[in-house]
Design a protein around this ligand. Structure first.
Ligand code: ZN
Length: 661
């Protein structure tokens, strides 16, 4: 993931803490975060299962006990679940002699992780099927990896791919494998990525033990967000083109070592070598049979939503959303329920303020999403259901998925929110060093791709979004070992970082709700576009030797920059003049993000409307800036690339005009 520096190491101090803010910071408690996490991780709660419903009721009852109006909102979606365990068997090259049958089961290493789910090694939206063929190692299974294999003349048709996790979203590995005529796919966790090459293995350390399996969804997430089965009118792409047609299964490296060590053929390039103790070969060589037996079914999932009404006669209709998903692949202590624990402490703190007479200027909406793990199902359903209202009134969408895996603050956001996050970080202390978080965090940030619930808000609706977490050494992602015991022995034994997360994230929301002048900074946005995003996409076109003309976009970027400096000078006037009418100013400050969208969407993936940010089509996790242009440069079609430039230029120029009033 590429990270960008802020415009300046310094940033202007924000307003001093208000009484409500100072009171807010006193409320979150580490011990209460611990208790929430303990409950939430006491049972597996995969989306749509009874355990998931229990956690929904828990969150609902907690919200209500804090004095908030809260409801469960059902959404009907398409899910998959294993009917019986998948199998993967290795044979001699002629396919006659069984060499090894994979266990596909996670060991009992943890007293808080004893559940039949440790045998649920499956991937969401993998079809039921079986495949047999020679085994080919495809590295990460990325576009470039397959280009290399094709260039080497490796016969992929009818073969079984074995890909390591990492680099790109797992669903896109499946898409690439099936596009190249492969019959099935094994995705395994290489110890180079999150196992022993990184450090001590769980339970002695934070990294993935050999039986640890990374579950996950294999939906083609960069083509559309949300339930892939909800109908072609939403995505413009039918279900069968959004999920794999070949069986796909996940594997730990305790099993994968057998499969990989038996592959013969040409040695894999140096950059393809993992940390298992032998030379990785490409194959084809050994012979494999894999089978999956999954059921595809329609069911309800449960978003839990709490509302705090705004009280300003005009701006009270606007609201700030704070969201976290609740569903997990098994227990989800880190991903996502560290975030749920923090969100519940934020809800309690807001409740305490309300009881003390606090009247927030704008509304606050707290959301516990369901079905995120399958493909952002709950948040996307909410975003589409309430699109009209969100477009008019959502000031910002703030996301915490994983909240705590360690001590380092990591921030992902649209640049207009960067100053606000830094100013807020200056008001919250790192629990270990005692420094303000703005000292621990240098202000660098990632841009928003996909992989969490902000996607519908930013990419489809144009709502300014931000996400934060405390990062660290974390090797048990989507395994049974992402458990309460992992958190208590590795990630955050004192739960102080949970408390700090509730403080900073809750304060980011509270400030946006109460601000007299919304703390958006468009100068930072304009700087990022002209300094990073625009030169990058121009370089990509140059490298591709594609004859396209960027004049319209460079002009539009200047228009945007000039609009940005105009509105920021109005912001300054308003700060200095208590009688300044801020209503129009505020609405422009938050509605400007909408103007980045093109109603027609990005070419060939029209669900994505934002012209500056979307998940990279070939990566799925990382963001592309100017994604429509990047997509069309990669196809080599200059006419369509020019069309995408026009679309982005129109949007940027619209934002510039909108900010210049
Ligand atoms: Zn998550």
């Amino acid at each position: 993931m590429e990270s960008f520096p802020p415009m300046s190491a310094d940033f202007p101090a924000g307003p001093a803490l208000s009484d409500a803010e100072a009171a807010f910071l006193q409320v979150p408690e580490a011990e209460r975060c611990r208790a929430h996490l303990k409950y939430l991780t006491s049972l597996p709660h995969v989306a749509g299962t009874p355990g998931d419903y229990e956690t929904a009721e828990y969150v609902l009852n907690q919200f209500k006990s804090f004095g908030l109006d809260a409801v469960i909102q059902n959404e009907t979606v398409l899910l998959t679940a294993p009917v019986e365990a998948a199998s993967a068997k290795l044979y001699s090259a002629d396919g006659t002699t069984l060499v090894y049958a994979a266990a596909l089961s996670e060991d009992l290493l943890d007293p808080t992780a004893d559940t039949p789910y440790r045998n649920h090694s499956f991937l969401g939206y993998s079809p039921t099927g079986s495949a047999a063929g020679p085994l080919v190692y495809v590295n990460y299974g990325s576009t470039e990896d397959f280009e290399y294999l094709v260039a080497q003349g490796v016969n992929l048709t009818g073969a079984i791919a074995i890909a390591r996790y990492g680099s790109i979203f797992r669903g896109l590995k499946a898409l690439n494998a099936q596009t190249h005529g492969m019959a099935g796919l094994i995705i395994y966790s290489d110890p180079s990525d999150d196992g022993y090459a990184q450090g001590q293995l769980y339970p002695n350390g934070p990294w993935r033990p050999e039986s640890g399996i990374q579950r996950g969804s294999v939906v083609f997430n960069s083509l559309c967000g949300g339930d892939p089965g909800r109908g072609v009118d939403k995505c413009g792409i039918p279900l069968e083109d959004l999920i794999p047609s070949i069986p796909v299964l996940p594997m730990g490296y305790g099993d994968a070592v057998q499969f990989l060590s038996h592959i013969v053929g040409a040695p894999a390039p140096a950059s393809w070598q993992g940390a298992l103790p032998f030379q990785y070969n490409i194959g084809p060589g050994a012979f494999a049979r894999i089978a999956t037996n999954n059921t595809q079914y329609t069911t309800d999932i449960w978003n839990v939503v709490a509302y705090i009404n705004g009280t300003d006669p005009v701006e009270g209709e606007d609201y700030v959303i704070l969201g976290n998903h609740r569903d997990a692949w098994v227990y989800g202590a880190v991903d996502p329920n560290s975030g749920t624990a923090a969100l519940l402490e934020i809800a309690r703190a807001y409740g305490v303020l309300l009881q003390g007479g606090w009247q927030p200027k704008r509304g606050l909406v707290l959301t516990s999403w369901d079905g995120e793990e399958y493909g952002l199902l709950g948040s996307t359903a909410f975003g589409e259901r309430f699109a009209d209202d969100l477009i008019l009134h959502a000031v910002a969408y703030l996301n915490i998925d994983t909240a705590v895996m360690g001590p380092q603050l990591w921030v992902t956001l649209v640049p207009s929110l960067l100053t606000h996050f830094r100013q807020t970080a200056a008001l919250v202390k790192d629990p270990v060093t005692g420094n303000p978080l703005s000292v621990e965090w240098d202000g660098s940030y990632d841009i928003m791709g996909s992989g969490s619930d902000y996607t519908v808000f930013l990419d489809a609706l144009g709502v300014a979004s931000g996400d934060l977490l405390f990062g660290g050494a974390y090797g048990v992602y989507h395994s049974v070992f992402d458990s309460f015991n992992w958190m208590e022995t590795q990630g955050d034994p004192t739960f102080q970082y949970h408390e700090a997360c509730a403080q900073i994230f809750g304060l980011v929301g509270l400030r946006l709700a109460d601000a007299r002048i919304l703390p958006f900074n468009y100068t930072e946005y304009a700087y990022a576009i002209s300094t990073f995003y625009l030169p990058q996409v121009q370089q990509l076109a140059t490298d591709a030797k594609l004859p396209v003309d960027f004049t319209a976009l460079t002009n539009a970027a200047q228009q945007f920059a000039s609009g940005a400096s105009k509105i920021m000078s109005r912001v300054e006037q308003a700060y200095n003049n208590p009688n300044y009418n801020v209503v129009d100013l505020n609405s422009r400050l938050f509605l400007a993000e909408r103007q980045f969208t093109d109603p027609n969407g990005i070419i060939n993936r029209k669900w994505f409307k934002h012209t500056v940010f979307a998940p990279d089509r070939e990566n799925g996790y990382d963001a592309s800036s100017f994604p429509g242009i990047v997509d069309m440069i990669r196809t080599g079609n200059a006419t369509l690339a020019q069309q995408a430039i026009t679309s982005a230029a129109t949007a940027l120029s619209n934002v510039g005009t909108f900010l210049s009033y």
